[in-house]
Design a protein around this ligand. Sequence first.
Ligand code: SF4
Length: 462
Amino acid sequence: MYHRYHIQTSVAPEIAPFPNRTRVKVKKYGLAMHLLKELIRHRGNREVALSRPCVYGVFSGPVGGFAPRSYACVGCLRCMIEYPEMVQVQVNPEHQHLGDSYFTQDHVDTICYEARTGRIPVKGAGYRGPFGGEGWDGMWTDMSEIVRPTRDGIHGREFISTSVDIGQKPPFLCFPAQGGASGESVRPFSIPLPVLFDVPPTSLLSSKLLKILLAAAQRAETLLVLPVRVLEKFTLQGQNIIPLVGGETANLLSQLRFAPPMIELDGWDEELLREIRTRFPTSTICLRHDFVSGEELLKHYHAGIRVFHLVANYHGLGPDGRFVLELIRKAHGTFVDAGCRDEVTLLGSGGIIAAEHVPKAIICGLDAVALETAHLVAMQAQFLCECLDRESSRFRLPRRLTINWGVQRVENLLASWRDQLLEVLGAMGLRDVRRLRGEIGRAMFQKDLEREAFSGIEGYDQ
Ligand code: SF4
């Protein structure tokens, strides 16, 4: 039966202390004198006097500004500008230690807001950062097509689809004389959101976390990749799980007690591929691999692989040190040049840590992305080191983590990211995320623009 896709959001406040961006310090004597003056000026109106000098209520606690509520500070700096002799707003050093060199404090802040509220973060003061940079920041989406893609906005009666197809798609159908269409035996399946959950880091594997991820995947109708060894250890099964099998775990394949929609092959193994095809004839087979050269991808394509999960490290770097944006474009271009892009599905993971990275990765050529760390940060996972890959990364989840809270935070994150994807699609006049794949004309790349503008000028360094 048809149901309109919707992710249920609900406010889920933090369960572990979350350091605010700023720390407010106030000189008590100066504040006392100021309050006295204000009380006289406003004829004893305590409410007005105690609301100064911050409209956000930082100085409006039970003991006024003598114990400023730094968590309410938004960093507008009005108090410091008006009363520099009395108030000091400083960067909170605890906040500086959130995340790591790639997953910066700003990303952690944004994800926590999205996971808490399920809403799109809107900054009233406008964007104050740089307009270009490294990695994903060197790519801009062109949202100048302000046409109405639907009759009444992106959440209206008509639907902007965020569904994507995963699986092998035949290049054409044959209609034999006896009727019906002949095609491949394994049909593609759809998920309503181009976002999956990738294998969680080894340091965090626990029954509770797996239950949260599985429940979140079920509620958002998406998929979770888990190694078969983990499935066996925690006795997990379900249609939202993609077993990851390869190398030493190949023998565990026989212990899988369900037919998953897709199975990931961890690196190329012809014998194992044959075995999976025999044991699970209805499951789609996906090859998980580093971002490899175009020739190698085409070699696997000719060997019958139609779904690829290409993996970069948590910082979005491939084995040769190139950023994932460039690697995705290369992989996508390989299949376009070979004339078979529509037959394959490209999934990708590595470095997708913000809502805007999803449409950017899709424009570069992916069909869907797999999250590695963003959904963990939504559950207030703390980085304990520079986290680069599944094995060496160390995270810590809050002690008070509960299944319901964790599921809601992940759902909120997905709802917020989906809304932001809808905004991008709406602003581009697209009604289907499948149309966004490889739409490079909807993007601008800082390097290309700079080359166009400055090449030939002395001092310009490509
Ligand atoms: S910086 Fe702005 S929000 Fe923070 S305490 Fe001062 S006035 Fe309030």
